[in-house]
Design a protein around this ligand. Structure first.
Ligand code: ZN
Length: 413
């Protein structure tokens, strides 16, 4: 079985012959070909997808059926394309997981979904450049590599700061601009012995080496672009601590451009909303946040004044007190309840705010725990909420009349 993608990573279409076809799980068939351009999953690079078209122009299987077709007549379903949905290498054999069956001996024309593969090649090459630089400057290894459709993550076994990651990004992009050839070959065992290369695991069998002069030398089975310039751009979009090292998010080529476009759109909208220059939006948000915090504090003080005034009009008492407030936010309702307790206007105090059959409540006391009353209150008024010690809060699904009835009569039985 010939791996066409190794020597010709740009091969988009190829002819091959079906060797075996076996039914697999989920109504898929497992097809082995004598040669393939489809890359199987491996080395962090996802598999290719595409189609296998039955080729009527080639081989014995097709010749007979071609002549029996009349003009304008479409080939029957026996000549339908099958879709390659996954490709995996098992025991040295590359298996194409397809949605249809093909008879052994059939000639097929394989067509690879090129956008998907091109992105994988760009991201994979970008990863080589960056990992090679991290290895050279810091001695860290790439210990995990995941390539999705829209994002690449790389794990290193050492700590990088954002500043260091950005310096490496700068250097990686200068290697992209230098448009250096990306070489891949199987060296002789002697040559391999003398090469100092990165490898992600203990390797068995022939070792394929990928080299970017001045950037990286690494054992790899994947597909890469021919020149680093094709990567377009390497952009680090995230960095976080991961295990004993860091996990980096990286984007290359048109994925990086899409990301830039999305973020540019956000920055423009934020800039317009805040009437701030695009490069100064963070500063403008900081200002807005501190203004908002000052306003909140001011509102809190105003509420405190209102509550103090309201409180002063109530007589001191020892028994339970129920108060209703119109549309008061939970934090302020709590503030009011605490004040009523402190000023000895009742104990326990139930403060409610809401309308119809939905009330938010705060239950407070100056001396005894309100835990038992909270449970009873919730039980009698279809409430939800909890609290320990001197303060509890929650929601009640009952109207004002029912709350009053429970508070004045049933709760104390
Ligand atoms: Zn590679």
């Amino acid at each position: 079985m010939e791996k066409l993608y190794e020597e010709q990573p740009y091969i988009k279409e190829f002819d091959a012959k079906v060797l075996t076809c076996q039914p697999g799980k989920n109504d898929l068939y497992l097809i082995a070909l004598d040669r393939t351009g489809f890359y199987p999953e491996g080395g962090g690079q996802p598999f290719d997808t595409g189609i296998l078209r039955q080729n009527r122009d080639k081989g014995e299987a097709g010749q007979g059926s071609e002549s029996t077709l009349l003009e304008g007549q479409r080939p029957e379903s026996t000549l339908a394309d099958v879709r390659v949905v996954e490709v995996h290498e098992k025991d040295g054999q590359i298996l194409h997981y397809t949605d249809g069956e093909l008879a052994p001996g059939t000639w097929v024309h394989g067509v690879i979904d090129w956008e998907r593969r091109r992105r994988h090649m760009e991201h994979h090459t970008g990863e080589h450049i960056y990992s090679g630089l991290v290895h050279r400057h810091f001695g860290y290894d790439n210990v995990g590599f995941h390539m999705g459709q829209d994002m690449v993550t790389i794990d290193f076994n050492g700590i990088l700061t954002m500043e260091q990651a950005m310096e490496l990004e700068e250097e990686a992009n200068s290697l992209v601009r230098a448009n250096i050839p990306v070489e891949a070959w199987y060296p002789s065992s002697e040559e391999l012995h003398n090469l100092d290369y990165r490898s992600k695991k203990e390797l068995t069998g022939p070792v394929r080496i990928v080299r970017i002069s001045g950037g990286d030398i690494c054992a790899c089975c994947g597909t890469h672009v021919k020149y680093t310039g094709e990567v377009g751009i390497i952009k680090i979009t995230g960095l976080k601590k991961y295990k004993s090292g860091v996990r980096l998010d990286m984007l290359c080529g048109d994925r990086a451009l899409r990301d830039y476009q999305k973020k540019q759109d956000q920055v423009m909208r934020i800039s317009n909303l805040l009437s701030a220059k695009q490069g100064e939006t963070a500063k403008a948000v900081e200002k807005l946040k501190s203004e908002s915090a000052a306003l909140k504090q001011q509102i809190g003080q105003l509420y405190q004044q209102i509550f103090t005034l309201r409180c002063s009009k109530l007589p001191e008492r020892e028994g339970p007190l129920l108060v209703f407030e119109e549309e008061l936010p939970p934090a302020q309702l709590r503030q009011f309840c605490i004040l009523l307790c402190q000023e000895k206007k009742g104990s326990p105090v139930l403060a409610c705010s809401g309308r119809d059959t939905e009330y938010y409540y705060v239950l407070g006391s100056m001396g005894e725990s309100v835990e038992l009353y909270t449970k009873k209150l919730n039980g009698l008024l279809h409430g939800k909420g909890s609290g320990k010690g001197l303060m509890a809060q929650g929601m009640i699904a009952a109207d004002r009349e029912e709350i009053e009835k429970v508070w004045h009569e049933e709760l104390w039985r």
